[in-house]
Design a binder for this molecule. Structure first.
Ligand code: PXP
Length: 243
């Protein structure tokens, strides 16, 4: 199983002071050396963490592993993606007032728009994943719009306050993973995953990649980024030896 390390919150710390450190690009290189299989970043419309310049620098230095650009499906972001050429674009919903991406993309509610949008990005040789809630209708809509992959939103699972609720959400993720794989998708997952809740999700056989950011970066304050990444990789490996 691959681990995509999301470096946004290195930039969040930098932007708290609008200074030059810590540098998310340096973080990407450390994560790569620690075993990250992909670097993920989210260029938000409000530029609250990652800046346009970071994206250009990331593309210049990250060559050994893929770059996964999370972005809202807007014309502005499409232009940037086509210019930068990350290996993958992951389309996410975005609301200015939210603290983090709160739910999956409503693919079924914007099929015509997404069909054209995805086609233009794929023409440039960039893979397209859709960040969706683990729901059958969103997976079916993702087929219709021509996505290459789906990333299932694990936020409801991660935020579940009771064991019963967590188990219910895990079951939803398992069923959606199976369904998405049957539809021919590469299946990824992410959001809110931590050292304590990652293993049940990593155990779902259809899921081939996790994208994890906040918890790894938060733990890097105490452990260092290298160790924070290695620890997550080790936990995943414990349950997915075959990868
Ligand atoms: N995957 C996607 C599509 C996301 O939008 C995010 C958050 O930016 C993540 C994964 C990582 O979530 P977290 O920072 O909670 O690990």
């Amino acid at each position: 199983m691959r681990l995509g390390v999301n470096i946004d919150h290195i930039a969040t710390v930098r932007e708290a002071r609008k200074t030059y450190e810590p540098d998310p690009v340096k973080g990407a290189l450390i994560a790569q050396d620690a075993g990250a299989d992909q670097i993920t970043f989210h260029l938000r419309e409000d530029r609250r963490h990652i800046q346009d310049e970071d994206v250009i620098r990331l593309r210049c230095v990250i060559k050994r592993i893929p770059l996964n650009m999370e972005m809202a499906p807007t014309e502005e972001m499409k232009k940037i993606a086509i210019n930068i050429k990350p290996e993958r674009v992951t389309l996410v919903p975005e609301k200015r007032e939210e603290i983090t991406t709160e739910g999956g993309l409503d693919v079924s509610g914007m099929k015509d728009y997404l069909k054209e949008f995805i086609k233009e990005i794929k023409q440039e040789g960039i893979d397209v994943a859709l960040f969706i809630d683990p729901e059958k209708n969103q997976i079916e809509a993702s087929v219709e719009v021509g996505a290459d992959a789906v990333e299932l939103h694990t936020g409801e699972y991660a935020n579940a306050e009771t064991e019963e609720r967590r188990n219910k959400e895990l079951k939803r993720l398992k069923e959606a993973s199976k369904f998405a794989k049957e539809k021919g998708f590469k299946v990824f997952a992410g959001h809110g995953l931590t050292y304590t809740n990652v293993q049940p999700v990593a155990s779902i056989p259809e899921i081939e990649e996790l994208n994890i950011g906040h918890s790894i970066i938060a733990n890097s304050v105490f452990l260092g980024l290298d160790e924070a990444v290695r620890k997550m990789k080790k936990l995943i490996k414990e349950v997915r030896e075959e990868f």
